[in-house]
Design a protein around this ligand. Sequence first.
Ligand SMILES: Nc1ncnc2c1ncn2[C@@H]1O[C@H](COP(=O)(O)OP(=O)(O)OP(=O)(O)O)[C@@H](O)[C@H]1O
Length: 311
Amino acid sequence: MPQSIYELKNITLSYKKTNDKANDNISLTIYKGEIIGILGPNGAGKTTLIKQMIGQLAPTMGTIRFSGQDVLKDTKEVLRQVAYYSQETFALSFLKTWEAIYFTGRLRGLSRTEAKKQTDSILKRLEMSEYRDKLLKKLSGGQRRLISIGTVLIGNAPVMILDEPTNELDPLKRKLVWEIIKERNRNGTTIILVTHNILEAEKVVHRVAVIDRGKLLAVDRVAELKRRVDQRMRLEMITYNGNHEKIQEKLAAFGTVEEVEETRLHMLVEKESAAAIIELIQDDDLYISQFSLIPPSLEDVYSKINEQEDV
Ligand SMILES: Nc1ncnc2c1ncn2[C@@H]1O[C@H](COP(=O)(O)OP(=O)(O)OP(=O)(O)O)[C@@H](O)[C@H]1O
């Protein structure tokens, strides 16, 4: 039986001003040693949830336990064990890159020698050694992000929470960061990854929690989640003179046609119905000038799960 590290029970949080529920009755267990992805569109409630997991925000209702301890009562201990990479950029832009990493290590309790040793090795691993004496404010956005990742790595915290760690990075650096994440996980670090990028994330995460409009819609292994979505494809149709109602009527047996733009329609179709649908839409009366079948996007994952789950 895997050992849990985080236990979230019925977490609800309403921000005072709007009173909308940014998190709505979320219960979730995170296990030691796993990489769990928290996926959801903008405004879904991901960052709000993370902020409660490190004691930065108190839930309106519910409890969060970290290694059995109440996060709000033992926030200091949580922060000793959980390294958090937020989307916000550095406030300490007047520091040199090595100092940002080194001082974070010192704050996490490392000795001078150990902090120095780890700083050097992290800069090397991030391929940033040549920038060690540069001020953070003189780095590019992507380079600053890398140094920020360096501050999360120092001290080998047993849990890392990474909020969009590959934002602003070029493809090679993104690959490097994913490699480092996997390396750390192999050494036993539990990793909680917030991301929009399901294509990249699916290569590294073991499980995914899908959040939308504050609610937890699904928690599952990646293969299982993909299996649910993979049954469908997105059919895109371009029609300049088409009668949308007529198109919907013709395809009614297969689902709902949505209008993306005046001339662009789409619908999710089951793979096995694709051939029959394609034959139907080639009817001249429908004036469909182009069509394509494409694999599901993250948006499709949400809509599919939304239909199926009512957690
Ligand atoms: N300080 C705040 N005061 C009021 N409402 C807030 C505050 N912070 C977030 N919200 C609202 O709470 C909801 C969830 O926001 P949250 O930042 O958790 O989403 P997210 O999933 O992290 O989004 P993104 O992917 O864009 O970072 C949104 O509707 C947002 O407008």
